[in-house]
Ligand binder design. Structure first.
Ligand SMILES: *[C@@H]1O[C@H](CO)[C@@H](O)[C@H](O)[C@H]1NC(C)=O
Ligand SMILES: *[C@@H]1O[C@H](CO)[C@@H](O)[C@H](O)[C@H]1NC(C)=O
Ligand SMILES: *[C@@H]1O[C@H](CO)[C@@H](O)[C@H](O)[C@H]1NC(C)=O
Ligand SMILES: *[C@@H]1O[C@H](CO)[C@@H](O)[C@H](O)[C@H]1NC(C)=O
Ligand SMILES: *[C@@H]1O[C@H](CO)[C@@H](O)[C@H](O)[C@H]1NC(C)=O
Length: 360
């Protein structure tokens, strides 16, 4: 199924183009509004307004509002210093070949064709030619654009060349060195501009990137970018547990198998298994056995629909079940013993392991 989706038909891509446009905001940076740009940046970040040399923007902080301005005549904005300087002393990233009117890559293309977007720093971007105009779009998540087949493919089907990956990012052109940007899909990831190249970063485990503060914080405290999802919580069952079989501490009939640690990291995908109805997991025998032959300290009303059950450590006692939990307990008359099988008190003591006192 995954493979079948590998090469999306060009038709499907065309209809996706409009939606995909916003999904990788980083490559569309020059086309974003200043509000959209600030939504990706930490509070109070100042930057050069894209496609200009002398307009600056300062993103809002807690409570304050976005501010923008233009340098006085003859001055350019120095994004690194955060102030306006004599134009001759400032290298404007939007002057020169890349700025103004870049070659129209659709000039010689037929209607509806797809071409590589050379400004894409991660190979996800492509250009859709419509009426000889260029429409920037991105392949859906997990896919990259293969310029040969002119389609989005899985990244094991095409290798994004290093020269394109280290391409100066459109986002970094406007931002001071070391500025961080939120990732729009994954809250545990973010980007960082270093020397105008965009690097993807990942927070440590249990942390995620706080879009306002601009660094990784504990997952409980994080404010994610609006569309960035938190990672699935990790299964920590096998943390500080040995590899092998373990009784479930929530249910007598369930058990876990922890795999051996991999690269020093405990198994985060343990198997969680269940014994057949009427059986409990016996950690000593590593078996599923008749529940009456297993001493389990958890509620024996759970996971069955018996009305009365035996109780651990006292074979004369019984518990009354209601809605699958213990609702009360009782005791057989003297010299009578409770028998879960017959649901009553009998003069015979079967000495079920389930109710016998622990033999030390
Ligand atoms: C944001 O403002 C609130 C209320 O004024 C304040 O309690 C909080 O500390 C501020 N946070 C930051 C990061 O400045
Ligand atoms: C389109 O074709 C013309 C004439 O052959 C050529 O000069 C131009 O460079 C081509 N443009 C692109 C983007 O290939
Ligand atoms: C950008 O930041 C990096 C890492 O902090 C530093 O090594 C580099 O020299 C900086 N580049 C410029 C142009 O300041
Ligand atoms: C796991 O063991 C380590 C080292 O013995 C200990 O520091 C840590 O608190 C334990 N974690 C849990 C969740 O028990
Ligand atoms: C509960 O009892 C009914 C009939 O008495 C039986 O069909 C069903 O399988 C039982 N369910 C469980 C969980 O024991």
């Amino acid at each position: 199924m995954k493979q079948a989706r590998g090469i999306l038909s060009l038709l499907a891509l065309a209809s996706l183009a409009a939606i995909a446009l916003g999904s990788n905001a980083i490559d569309e940076f020059d086309y974003l509004s200043v509000q959209e740009i600030c939504s990706l940046l930490p509070w109070e970040t100042s930057f050069l307004r894209p496609t200009t040399c002398d307009n600056w923007v300062t993103c809002p902080a807690n409570g304050s509002s976005l501010e923008q301005g233009a340098c006085a005549t003859g001055l350019f904005y120095n994004k690194q210093l955060g102030r306006c300087n004599v134009a001759a002393s400032v290298r404007c990233p939007y002057t020169g070949v890349e700025v103004g009117a870049p070659a129209n890559l659709c000039a010689n293309e037929t209607e509806g064709s797809f071409v590589q977007d050379p400004s894409s720093s991660n190979c996800r971007g492509y250009i859709l030619c419509q009426g000889h105009t260029q429409i920037h779009a991105n392949c859906p998540s997990e896919l990259i654009f293969n310029p040969t087949s002119r389609s989005c493919v899985y990244n094991n089907q095409y290798t994004c060349p290093q020269s394109q990956k280290t391409h100066t990012s459109p986002a970094c052109r406007a931002l001071p060195n070391n500025t961080r940007l939120a990732h729009t899909e994954h809250c545990e990831r973010y980007y960082e501009c270093i020397n105008d190249i965009l690097h993807t970063r990942e927070c440590e485990p249990q942390k995620a990137y706080d879009v306002n503060r601009g660094y990784c914080v504990d997952i409980d405290l994080v404010s994610c970018y609006a569309t960035a999802a938190l990672p699935e919580p990790e299964n920590t069952y096998c943390l500080n547990r040995t590899a092998g079989y373990h009784a479930d501490d929530q249910s007598c009939s369930h058990y876990y198998i922890c795999g051996k640690p991999v690269n020093g990291k405990y198994d985060t995908e343990p198997q969680h298994l269940s014994c057949a109805l009427g059986q409990y997991f016996d950690i000593e025998k590593l078996s599923c056995r008749d529940r009456l032959n297993v001493r389990c300290l958890l509620d024996r009303c759970v996971g069955n629909n018996m009305s009365y059950v035996n109780v651990v450590d006292d074979c004369q006692k019984y518990a009354r079940c209601s809605g699958g939990v213990t609702a009360g307990t009782g005791r057989c008359p003297e010299n009578y013993y409770f028998d879960e099988r017959s649901q009553g008190c009998t003069p015979i003591n079967y000495n079920y392991i389930a109710c016998s006192p622990r033999i030390v």
